[in-house]
Design a protein. Structure first.
Length: 448
């Protein structure tokens, strides 16, 4: 006989955990299925370890900047194994805290996979059956793999964190934020990096700022090649070569990173047994309330393919739990003003529409304000490393519909402005705000 719950959550990543914790707080009896490392992609092979690596890259760059300022010290190489152990210990602590919180919340954890038997029943990998009137799919995604010769000679993003040494020469294939982030930080740490693109990088970001970032990366030593038509990889001695349909072979490289997108973890859930519809990529199709096409089955996070960001999964899961169990029938996530950051060198941040999107929506009603300047930290040394900012305003009242920043501190700057945009920020509100001087952020309120 199946064990009954109020809610079954499939997946113990950011979205699944947020949903389970909030539902339990509302008094729901919750079961959580997670066969892998608790915390999912973000904690184990995504945001957290990546950001730690980015901090290491920042420190490497600051050592070089310190020389320009007059400090008598030579930049040193990162002790890769020491850093890897620090990162491992930190992530292990996060997982332990998750298990403690799950126990305190009374959430029953099954370290197993789950598959649908029907619209209200999940079978675990050990053969048990769980039943609930509400089921949430939060299984996330994984790096895309393609069927080409020698694919296994390269790494996917998950594998970066298992490296025991820094590759001397590495090729990164792809133009996604994952490709850009790893290309930048590996270059900063001392690798010779070649970024192979099929088209332009960061197609979801504003084209002007993405092009400016590419220029900055090239100035910092990242080689960027366009028009790649990869056929596969092969070895020549100890090196790896990329086979290109148009240009022949590229290389030699000591490592190759495939950063060609991600696919949803939906293929082993037997969704057809419950009648759940997916798109051509396998993403669970959801409406604005996180509902699938089947009553009682919802989905949050990367498995839906909508704004694949950890805070989005968390926010969507919490609002969903508030609606299902917290007596808040109108609770749902607004996807319109979601801030996002590429932890590149330097970081690129955005909230709202790109200029291309804003022109499609607002046409001649769009006004674009720009600011280009050298941040003080660089200007002191005589360097000309420009920060680029854009504020997009629409209509007679100049409502802010997009903000974009490329430069140091961009990752911290836009959080507060995202709050203001969610509340209906106008250009006049920026003008009425007293600037913090001297800072880069002040340019956003002085822009125009």
């Amino acid at each position: 006989m199946a064990e009954s719950f109020d809610l079954i959550v499939i997946g113990g990543g950011s979205g699944g955990l947020a949903t389970a914790f909030r539902a339990a707080r509302h008094g729901a009896r919750v079961a959580l299925l997670e066969p892998g490392a608790m915390g999912g992609t973000c904690v184990n092979v995504g945001c957290v370890p990546k950001k730690a690596l980015w901090f290491a890259a920042q420190l490497a760059q600051e050592q070089r900047l310190a020389l320009d300022y007059g400090f008598a010290s030579s930049p040193g190489a990162l002790d890769w194994e020491h850093f890897r152990q620090l990162r491992h210990n930190y992530i292990d602590g996060i997982r332990q805290r998750y298990f403690a919180r799950l126990s305190e919340a009374g959430i029953q954890v099954f370290a197993e996979t789950g598959r649908f038997v029907s619209a209200d029943t999940i079978a675990t990998s050990s053969g048990a059956e769980l039943r609930a009137t509400q089921i949430v799919i939060a299984t996330g995604g994984r790096p895309r793999r393609i069927d080409v010769p020698g694919f296994e000679l390269g790494m996917v993003s998950d594998d970066i964190f298992d490296l025991r040494t820094l590759p001397r020469r590495i090729a990164v294939i792809g133009g996604s934020y994952i490709a850009v982030e790893f290309a930048g930080l590996l270059n900063a740490l001392g690798s010779e990096v070649t970024l192979h693109l099929r088209r332009r990088l960061l197609t979801d970001f504003d084209a002007e700022l993405a092009d400016a970032l590419q220029t900055r990366m090239q100035e910092q030593g990242v080689e960027v090649r366009h028009g790649l038509q990869v056929k596969g990889l092969h070895r020549e001695g100890d090196a790896i070569m990329i086979d290109d349909a148009a240009q022949g072979a590229y290389g030699p490289y000591d490592a190759v990173l495939w950063a060609i997108g991600r696919v949803p973890n939906s293929d082993r859930l037997d969704l057809e047994a419950a009648g759940v519809e997916v798109d051509g990529e396998g993403h669970v199709i959801t409406d604005g309330w996180q509902n699938s096409n089947v009553t009682g089955i919802c989905a949050v996070g990367d498995v839906t393919g909508r704004a694949e960001l950890t805070p989005v999964a968390v926010a969507a899961g919490r609002r969903l739990a508030d609606r299902l169990f917290g007596g808040q029938p109108e609770s749902r996530l607004n996807y319109d003003t979601i801030p996002s950051v590429v932890f590149a060198e330097p970081p690129l941040a955005m909230v709202g529409l790109t200029e291309e999107q804003a022109r499609d929506v607002h046409g001649d009603q769009l006004r674009v304000y720009r600011s280009r300047f050298t941040p003080l930290q660089y200007a002191v040394t005589g360097k000309s490393s420009k920060t680029l900012m854009k504020v997009l305003c629409a209509g007679d009242d100049e409502r802010v519909v997009g903000m974009h920043v490329l430069g140091p501190g961009a990752d911290e700057m836009l959080q507060g402005f995202a709050v203001a945009m969610t509340m209906g920020l106008r250009k006049r509100d920026l003008e009425a705000t007293v600037a913090i001087h001297p800072s880069s952020a002040e340019e956003l309120v002085l822009i125009g």
